[in-house]
Each structure stands twice: as C-alpha cells, then as structure tokens.
Design a protein around this ligand. Structure first.
Ligand SMILES: [Zn+2]
Length: 406
C-alpha cells in the first residue's frame, strides 16, 4: 500500500511538472528573454522551445508505458509467470540468471520503440541525429554483449553473497558493489569507451599550448588530451574528464571544438577543472555509495518479509525475485529525492563556474555557454519549479547572471 501511495505521488508530481514546463515554455515562446536579446535569434529560441515541448510530451508517454510495465511485472503477475516458466526448466544459479536477464530483456524490448523514436524522430527533426540505423543496432548489440559479459559474473557474485545467509549479507554485497564500481570507473576510459568511440590525441598546437598553460596555472596533471568523435552519433557538444590519478584524461567532443573559439574552449575546460578541484566527482561517488548502503540495508530487512513479496504480486519467495522486485520499486521511492540531488548538482555547477571565472575568463565562459545553449537547443525559459526539481545545471539566465558578478 505504501508502494501504491508512493507510485501515485510520483505520477502526479511528474504530470504536474511536465504540464507546468510545457505551458511555461509555450508562454515565453514568442520573445527572446531581454537578457539574451541580440545574442540569440528568435528562430533559435523558438526551436529550443519546440524541442523542450516535444521532449516533455514524449516523456509523459514514456512514463505511462513505464508505469504499465511496472504494474505488469508486479500486480498483474508478470514476474510470477517468468518464475513459473524458468523454475520448471532450470534450477540454482542458472535459474537466477535466466530470471534476471529475462526481466531486463522484456524491459529492453518495451523501451526499444521509445529509443528509436527519440533518436530518429525527435533528434532528427531538430537536426541533432547523426546516427544511422545500422550504428544504432551495432550500439545495441555491443551494449547487450557488454551487459552479459560484465553482468553475469557480477550477478553470480551478488547472489552467492546473498545465499551465504549471513545476517550481514547486505553489507558484504555493498562492499563488493563499491569495489566493482571503482573498478569500472578505472577501466572505463581505456577499455569500454573505445568500444563506442574513437579517441584521437588533440593535435591543434595553438589550442594545446593554451590548454597546457591553463593546466599549469591550475596545478593539474593529465595523461592526455583527446578528441572524441561525438559527431558520429549526435550534434550535441560536450567536454569531460575521465579516470583517476595517472590515467586522468581530458576529452573534448569534436562537435564542441568545431564550434568554440580557443579562448572559449579554455573557459569550458577551466569549468571542468573546477569540478575536479572542488572534488565534486569524489563527493558524488561517496553520496552514491552512502545511498546504496542505505538501500541494501533496507533490502536486508525486506527480504524475509512476506509483505514484500505478496504485497507486490509475487507468491514465491527467493533471492533472485527479491533482487528484481527491489530494483523495480526503488526508483518509485527515490523519485521524491530528485530535487535534493539536483540541488547539490546545481551548487557544484556554480562552484565550477566560479573557478573558471577565477582561472580563465568569465566573459569567455558566458560566450561559450550562449553558443552551447543555442546549439543544444536548451530552452532559455524553463519553468522555475520544473527546473528546481530536475535540472542538474542552473537555468542559463541565472548562471550567466552569476558569472557577470564574478
Ligand atoms: Zn559542470
């Protein structure tokens, strides 16, 4: 019952926020906000408004199907049916793995039309899609294969730890989970990312010299500057950091370099360095690890309780089913914490902007942001409440106003 109440709350909140966003963006569609007048064309502003509206509407449809799927797995007996099917044919670990993978498979199939529509209809309509159907299928196949190769041993280990029936199994699972995540963070840049993109060393000498000077000023050592072929899939641009210690890399999307002046690239990089210097990545990891400990402790309590299974439409009690049920219902309960994580993230963005203003140039960062907002068709007039709830980055107007004060 608690679950149904949380589910209803989530649906109502998401619908209200979507409705507010659409009506707010529509109301401000006819005019470029005064702060951006002369900098952003009316056509670009309206494109951003239409893009925001289309994506919000699409999100509502996706939400509806997501909820139906959740209800189908639980109350409508979908999970129980999968259990009945596999338990007749397999036992032990093979049963567990077949059950978990079949739930993931069904979810993946249901989501597929949405991914296709998002990429080939919405992104295409606004000129962002650079993917061919062939690349889409290749990506999907690679992701599935990677999921199996990495997922099977991880799942085996987790189920084995749970099967030990120690009263602190959830603590053991947590320790394993943290270790696994750190390992992925470590191997991602050199092993996983290259499966999907090409990384070439940055060879623009003047830009390189400018960046080296910035790194020196900030006392930062990186093992390489790379350009990623982001244009293979999308026209959206970005820059990021990966890795730890000696394996740290700075990665620029080719789409970003193609659009910004060197002095603007420098400002964007200084912002990213700000995230690093303020230890935002580490803080985020600590937060996620802390939350997962709390959730695993909760699972430790729920796993023996009848209400957890019977209340969610499952009449058989076992560990694999508990694990699946848990992952299905957790997002419903964590949804109300979204504004908290968004708030922390926005605070980090302001800190990183401040760092960029101190070590590079606030004016160049503003120039870069205006270009990036325009290129990414990010709306300049989001609904304040919608933004407060979801946005990991502050709205453009507030962010630029702060930078102007620097
Ligand atoms: Zn940032």
């Amino acid at each position: 019952m608690l679950f149904l109440a949380a589910l209803a709350l989530m649906i109502v909140l998401r619908l209200i926020l979507a409705w507010r966003q659409i009506s707010h963006v529509m109301r401000h569609r006819s005019e470029v906000p005064t702060q951006f007048a002369g900098r952003v064309e009316i056509a670009a502003h309206q494109k951003a408004a239409d893009y925001a509206i289309d994506r919000t509407r699409f999100g509502v449809l996706r939400l509806a199907v997501e909820i139906l799927l959740l209800l189908a797995f639980t109350f409508a007996g979908g999970l129980q049916a999968l259990h009945d099917f596999w338990s007749l044919r397999l036992s032990g670990l093979a049963y567990d793995i077949a059950l978990v993978f079949s739930v993931m498979f069904v979810s993946g199939i249901v989501d597929l039309p949405f991914s296709l529509y998002s990429q080939f209809v919405i992104e295409e309509k606004f000129g962002f899609n650079r993917m061919t159907l062939r690349l889409f299928v290749a990506d999907l196949a690679k992701q599935a294969a990677l999921g199996m190769v990495i997922g099977t041993p991880v799942l085996t280990a987790v189920l084995w730890l749970m099967a030990q029936r120690s009263s602190y199994w959830w603590l053991h699972v947590w320790l394993f989970w943290c270790g696994f995540n750190l390992l992925i963070l470590f191997v991602y840049p050199s092993w996983i990312a290259p499966l999907f993109n090409k990384f070439t060393p940055l060879d623009d000498e003047p830009l390189k010299a400018r960046i080296q000077a910035l790194l020196q000023r900030c006392g930062f050592a990186a093992s390489g500057l790379f350009v990623m072929d982001g244009s293979k899939r999308s026209n959206h641009g970005n820059a990021y950091f990966t890795g730890f210690g000696k394996t740290k890399r700075i990665v620029f999307f080719d789409t970003l370099l193609g659009r910004l002046q060197p002095v603007e690239v420098e400002a964007v990089l200084a912002h990213e360095l700000g995230h690093f210097k303020h230890r935002h990545v580490i803080k985020r990891i600590v937060l996620i690890f802390g939350l997962s400990l709390a959730f695993l402790a909760a699972l430790g309590q729920a796993i023996d309780a009848d209400w957890f299974f019977y209340g969610l439409g499952v009449t058989t009690k076992n560990m694999a089913l508990a694990l699946i049920l848990f992952f299905l219902v957790v997002p419903v309960f964590t949804f109300i914490f979204t504004p908290v994580t968004s708030l922390i993230s926005r605070r980090h963005e302001y800190e990183a902007d401040r760092y960029a203003a101190d070590h590079a140039s606030a004016a160049s960062l503003i120039e870069a942001l205006v270009k990036l907002y325009e290129d990414n068709a990010s709306t300049l007039t989001p609904d304040p409440l919608h933004s407060l709830f979801y946005d990991s980055h502050p709205p453009a107007a507030l962010r630029i106003a702060r930078l102007n004060e620097c």
